[in-house]
Ligand binder design. Structure first.
Ligand SMILES: CC(C)(COP(=O)(O)OP(=O)(O)OC[C@H]1O[C@@H](n2cnc3c(N)ncnc32)[C@H](O)[C@@H]1OP(=O)(O)O)[C@@H](O)C(=O)NCCC(=O)NCCS
Length: 143
């Protein structure tokens, strides 16, 4: 059984932060797993697009586990970390954390590995560009 208490909040800022709303629930009233997965895919896609310096598509989602439910009003924060780079593909480890609306308590609710492929204008794989300070997702954006 997954043990969320064994993890620590990732350092840095989340790629996406959003509040779960009533329209995001399943028939039982908890937040729909598909909604959480789509937020994870959006966050990973953001990181992939920065690193690929352009278009990138999800090719695989592996090892996603749901440890705790998310409920309406939770602040949902999604952290991404590039864990592997290939020739045209990269893998991003994604963690989702919840904070109950009226507390400062946070816990990890899901994690998984998202693999993206950098695409050219014909939707075919293209080599990842060399890593620079401009396409490293870990660099704080300039404002
Ligand atoms: C992404 C896509 C263009 C890849 O085409 P492809 O013919 O499989 O390409 P390749 O065999 O050359 O593989 C390209 C890279 O993807 C990786 N890859 C392919 N299938 C994979 C899988 N199931 N899991 C992990 N990596 C995979 C390959 O290892 C390769 O990585 P590398 O260059 O870093 O070594 C094609 O699968 C596609 O269009 N898929 C649909 C994407 C999509 O619509 N996603 C949802 C919306 S974003």
């Amino acid at each position: 059984m997954a043990d969320a208490s064994a993890s620590h909040l990732p350092s840095g800022i989340p790629t996406i932060r959003v509040v779960a709303m009533p329209s995001d629930t399943n028939p039982a009233g908890d937040v729909f797993g598909g909604w959480i997965l789509s937020q994870m895919d959006l966050a990973a896609g953001t990181t992939a697009a920065i690193r690929a310096n352009g278009r990138a598509a999800t090719v695989a989602i592996n090892g996603v586990i749901f440890m705790e439910p998310v409920v309406v009003g939770d602040e949902v924060s999604i952290y991404t970390n590039i864990t592997r780079e290939g020739r045209t593909s990269l893998t991003i480890h994604v963690q989702t954390w919840r904070r109950a609306r009226h507390t400062h308590l946070t816990s990890k609710v899901t994690e998984g590995d998202f693999t993206f492929v950098a695409l050219d204008e014909n939707r075919r794989p293209r080599p990842l560009p060399p890593a620079t300070t401009c396409n490293s997702p870990n660099i704080t954006p300039m404002v």
